[in-house]
Design a protein around this ligand. Structure first.
Ligand code: SAH
Length: 350
């Protein structure tokens, strides 16, 4: 780590102001910004359209920290998991999931997580810190490079389903999304980005107001308060399902963007008719679809177990009858612990 300030924490406006104060032309700021965000420069010497003096001046005053891929593993199904070292040596993980037509990067927003969802491996780490906007963007940059190298096409989608709760690191996640979508930086389409949340009503409303044009996914897992409180203690703290639903209706009113509910079906927890009815009732109240995701046990004596397939079918039937689209998402990258909820970083610090 260096003590010099991180130049990538400055916005284009801040960078411009800095150059003007120094008596430089403002277009220099644009050039530097492009090097940093479009051309992914790792040091000032690469910025060949700047004078040597200016490059040295920048180098004396700023650093360009960058994440490092510590190692990566490739699953038999092509999924890639990256262990990512941050500039302060903490570790997070990111995953790259290929299908025939697209590649999705699953990125982390925090080191660890404070939410304590009982079935999630990341919860065991507790939260250590928020990722900065550039640490989030870097995961996308690296994923794009890997996608081109290993699958022969650029990255097409991004999901905030790695480690952490993105809406509890809202400002940095929004700044990262700004960089990912801005034509002056990565220029990806916002509709290809999904922010996945355990459901923080206040922040869902805030995001609806600001409307960054991204998709919203909500990890629901139960539409019955008593059960959801038990498996996701955040439910109780945030005012329960009623508050969540009202925030989601507000989201739809503001954005007209349909919500995806992520839903795990556990043996003896939510595999009964009452749970199915509750989900149908809940999902009916806001334009939405449901992803039934396969559970990945996080250790050998896990109290949580995937329900029988027949129960998934019952869920699908009931949703279909109510006119709600659902899909069953089988796990990817299981053999390398890269599947949903398995991201924990075997060691959190190098
Ligand atoms: N905090 C955010 C994003 C990270 S979790 C959120 O809650 O949405 C990404 C998804 O993985 C969530 O839907 C989460 O509920 C799910 N998940 C967590 N642990 C899992 C596990 N062991 N098996 C399958 N999915 C899991």
């Amino acid at each position: 780590m260096t003590d010099k300030p991180n130049i990538r924490s400055l916005s284009l406006d801040e960078l411009t102001l800095f150059f003007i104060k120094k008596g430089e032309k403002s277009f220099r700021a644009k050039q530097v910004y492009e090097w940093l965000w479009k051309k992914n420069a790792r040091n000032f010497d690469e910025m060949t359209n700047l004078s040597k003096d200016l490059r040295k001046f920048l180098d004396d005053n700023f650093s360009i920290p960058h994440i490092k891929i510590k190692h990566f593993q490739r699953s038999t199904d092509g999924t890639i998991k990256n262990a990512v070292t941050l500039p302060d040596n903490l570790l997070v993980e990111s995953v790259l999931i290929p299908t025939e037509t697209r590649t999705t990067a699953c990125v982390s927003s925090q080191v660890g997580c404070s939410l304590d969802c009982k079935f999630c491996a990341t919860a065991r780490l507790k939260r250590m810190r928020n990722l900065t906007p550039d640490e989030i963007v870097d995961q996308v940059v690296e994923a794009d490079l890997q996608s081109k190298q290993y699958y022969g096409h650029p990255l097409s989608n991004i999901v905030f389903m790695g480690m952490g709760e993105p809406l509890l690191n809202y400002d940095n996640v929004m700044k990262a999304i700004e960089k990912i979508t801005s034509e002056k930086a990565l220029g990806m389409a916002a509709r290809r980005i999904t922010v996945s949340t355990s459901g923080i009503p206040k922040m869902i409303r805030k995001m609806a107001d600001e409307n960054p044009k991204v998709k919203l996914a909500v990890s629901l897992h139960s539409a019955i308060d008593d059960i959801r409180n038990q498996i996701m203690p955040v439910n109780k703290r945030q005012g329960g399902l009623k508050e969540l639903l009202s925030a989601l209706q507000y989201w739809y009113k503001k954005t007209k963007s349909r919500i995806t509910f992520e839903y795990l079906v556990f043996k003896n927890i939510n595999d009964d008719q009452k749970s199915i009815k509750a989900l149908v009732n809940f999902a009916k109240q806001v334009p939405s679809k449901v992803n039934l995701i396969e559970y990945n046990p996080i250790d050998n004596n896990d109290t949580y177990q995937q329900a029988e397939d027949i129960v998934l079918e019952q869920y699908r039937e009931a949703l279909k009858k109510a006119g709600i689209v659902s899909t069953v998402r089988r796990s990817r990258g299981k053999d390398i612990d890269a599947a949903c909820g398995q991201l924990a970083g075997k060691m959190i610090r190098e």
